[in-house]
Design a protein. Structure first.
Length: 255
């Protein structure tokens, strides 16, 4: 194997790892902060990829990103509603939503199992056009992904320092104390799962536009990969402050 091939392989691994890190950050919020094991991750990841690809196919690659995040928030809202209002266990609620999302995703894809974006613009092709004839033109995918991950990590870190973010963290640590402090744990759970699922859907959207295709099983196993990355990141930086722990999640995803 040539040196150029090794560099290309390393860059591809870095790109995929950074995209996956968004899902890891989602589980960091729901599992580590909120203490909710959300098993709808696979379906939500596919949902974001399918919606993002569909919007990109209609000629709006940038609009695909907020569209995917919005539909991810809807998925998180349904999962949280099953847990908080219907009293369903978090594991079972995630399984129910994940199963239902399979049919939803097939419906969005009009019964097909594959969407092809080869003839459509994506955020990556737009960046390639911007960087054309520059020394970093070959790293256009990596640049888009790094910008996205940095923005999400910064926003998440700042959010967890707000009053609402602290309430979400407290809900995961001690729900009884939160109730005694006149904070509604139902509200914090719903908001936390909506945000985490938005990150998961964003991850799926970026992967779909990066590889310019979406299959119905694109999200299969993502919850396993994300949880493993979460544990790896926690082993390295689990004892630090929130910014360091967020950085650890990104490192864990790459590892």
């Amino acid at each position: 194997m040539s040196f150029d091939s090794i560099l290309t392989l390393g860059q591809t691994a870095l790109e995929l790892g950074l995209i996956s890190s968004l899902t890891v950050l989602a589980l960091f919020l729901s599992y580590s902060m909120l203490n909710v094991c959300d098993l709808s991750t696979d379906g939500c990841f596919t949902l974001g990829a399918v919606v993002g690809a569909s919007v990109a196919l209609s000629g709006h690659p940038f609009l695909a990103i907020p569209a995917a995040m919005a539909i991810g928030m809807v998925s998180g809202f349904v999962t949280a509603l099953l847990q908080t209002k219907m009293g369903i266990d978090s594991l079972l609620a995630g399984i129910i939503v994940n199963t239902a999302l399979y049919s939803v995703n097939i419906g969005i894809m009009n019964g097909a199992s594959l969407l092809n974006l080869n003839n459509s613009d994506t955020v990556f092709t737009k960046m390639r056009s911007v960087l054309e004839n520059t020394p970093i033109a070959g790293q256009y995918k990596l640049i888009v992904i790094i910008i996205t991950v940095v923005l999400v990590a910064v926003v998440l870190g700042l959010f967890l320092r707000t009053r609402l973010g602290l309430a979400i963290r407290a809900t995961g640590n001690n729900p009884d104390m939160v109730r005694s402090s006149s904070i509604n744990p139902v509200k914090t759970t719903i908001i936390g799962l909506c945000i985490s699922n938005a990150f998961t859907a964003l991850s799926g959207c970026l992967l779909a536009q990066s590889q310019k295709s979406v299959s119905i099983d694109i999200g299969t196993g993502m919850v396993t990969v994300a949880l493993a990355s979460l544990l790896i990141g926690g082993a390295f930086f689990g004892k630090g402050k929130i910014p360091l722990r967020i950085f650890g999640m990104v490192v864990g995803a790459f590892v």
